[in-house]
Design a protein around this ligand. Structure first.
Ligand SMILES: C[S@@+](CC[C@H](N)C(=O)[O-])C[C@H]1O[C@@H](n2cnc3c(N)ncnc32)[C@H](O)[C@@H]1O
Length: 380
């Protein structure tokens, strides 16, 4: 099988989490702003789409080169082996972006790249007329950064956050990819209790259950590269068989999602049912200030309201305070909260063990981490 240069794209701040996932799948990688680069064959494309929990997409890097003129962009694009990827009937829309580059007109760059690929394919396939573009989809992107052009083909289709289980949602749902990253940034282990006291549509508990039973997040969806002749059906079949083989459906889990709004509890339950995980997660209506537990060494992960609108602030601040009081007595529990409210620690009543800057969409947030006592080591 040939080897491709692959790129898993990541939201700002999540590169290290995605890199870790890529390494766990067996691929050495380098990280850069918003991307993790590695080498792999067709099975790597299928496996990474199937398994990466926190990446946005998996793309093939077809070529990278310097371009400060449209001529350079055209010639270097035309010199790339597009026919190795695109059959003669391929549909290939070109998207673009340009940051700090001489070639700043994105629409012109897109048109030039499109023209260069058309010329290349017409030559290689000896086609005199227009290309029909009635076949499988290859979404191409030309991305210019400081005069370096990167040409990629998207292998995912819908973004990897589209796991296929979210049939209903609330006002401010977290992206599934970010939820998975938040969990992987904790010290949670599937044999410990897990609680999301602001579960909304259930994203965090559902992702925790997928992680807890080692279920591939892409198992129940399709990917655009499944339509590509050179990927081969057996590549996808093997990836799905592997996912089925390594899933640990016998792993018992203690995962709870709660929310003050009973309508959100219904929504979360529906989504968990759709994900096939309804039996694994307990959902209930509860105000966070009423949290209590007799268990030890649990992990709480939450995405509370941020109080972004001025009018909501006092209410949210009071709620942070009540949460801090409710959780204060549980020193074996670890608490992780994602919020954009810069005064969170003050209202919660405790300085975080660690803070990590993350973006929830375009909102700059901090992930406040309060580490609980470690469980005692088990004697042999
Ligand atoms: C930003 S949303 C969480 C979204 C969720 N992570 C998702 O993916 O859908 C915040 C949630 O906190 C809930 N909430 C607000 N105040 C609360 C409180 N005092 N106790 C528990 N839940 C509360 C809201 O009803 C809302 O569903």
């Amino acid at each position: 099988m040939p080897t491709y240069t692959l790129m898993a794209t990541a939201a700002m701040g999540l590169e290290a989490v995605v890199a870790n996932e890529v390494k766990n799948l067996g691929y050495e990688c380098q990280t850069d702003n918003g991307r993790v680069i590695f080498q792999g064959d067709e099975s790597a494309i299928a496996r990474c789409n199937m398994w990466l929990r926190s990446a946005d997409r998996v793309k093939i890097i077809v070529g990278e080169f310097k371009a400060t003129t449209f001529d350079q962009l055209f010639e270097a694009t035309k010199a790339l082996p597009w026919e190795q990827y695109l059959p003669k009937e391929a549909e290939f829309p070109v998207q673009g972006k340009s940051v700090k580059s001489t070639l700043f007109s994105v629409s012109d760059c897109q048109a030039i790249v499109k023209k260069a690929i058309v010329e290349r394919l017409r030559n290689k396939y000896r086609i005199q007329t227009w290309l029909q573009e009635t076949g499988p989809l290859f979404k191409i992107e030309v991305s210019l950064l400081k005069d370096k052009a990167t040409l990629t083909i998207d292998t995912s289709g819908a973004g990897l956050h589209r796991r296929g289980y979210r049939i209903a949602q609330g006002g401010a749902p977290l992206k599934e990819t970010l939820a998975a990253a938040l969990i992987q940034l904790t010290n949670w282990h599937p044999d410990r209790p897990f609680v999301d006291p602001f579960c909304g549509s259930g994203t965090i508990p559902i992702e925790a259950a997928l992680i807890g039973q080692n279920i591939a997040p892409g198992f129940n969806r399709e990917f655009v590269s499944e339509e590509w002749h050179w990927m081969g059906e057996e590549v996808w079949e093997n990836a799905r068989v592997e996912a089925e083989d390594v899933a640990n459906y016998n792993q018992p889990l203690d995962i709870t999602g709660s929310d003050i709004d009973h309508r959100m509890v219904d929504v979360a339950q529906k989504n968990a049912f759709e994900a096939g995980l309804a039996d694994l997660i307990q959902f209930k209506q509860m105000n966070v200030k009423d949290f209590s537990t007799s268990k030890d060494y649990g992990v709480i992960v939450g995405n509370p309201p941020y109080g972004e609108r001025l009018g909501d602030r006092p209410e949210v601040e009071q709620m942070y305070q009540e949460m801090g009081q409710a959780l204060a007595g549980y020193d074996t529990w670890s608490v992780y909260m994602l919020t954009s409210h810069e005064g969170f620690e003050q209202f919660y009543g405790k300085q975080a063990t660690k803070k990590r800057k993350l973006f929830n969409g375009f909102i700059r947030t901090d992930y406040y981490q309060y580490w609980g006592k470690r469980p005692p080591r088990q004697k042999d």
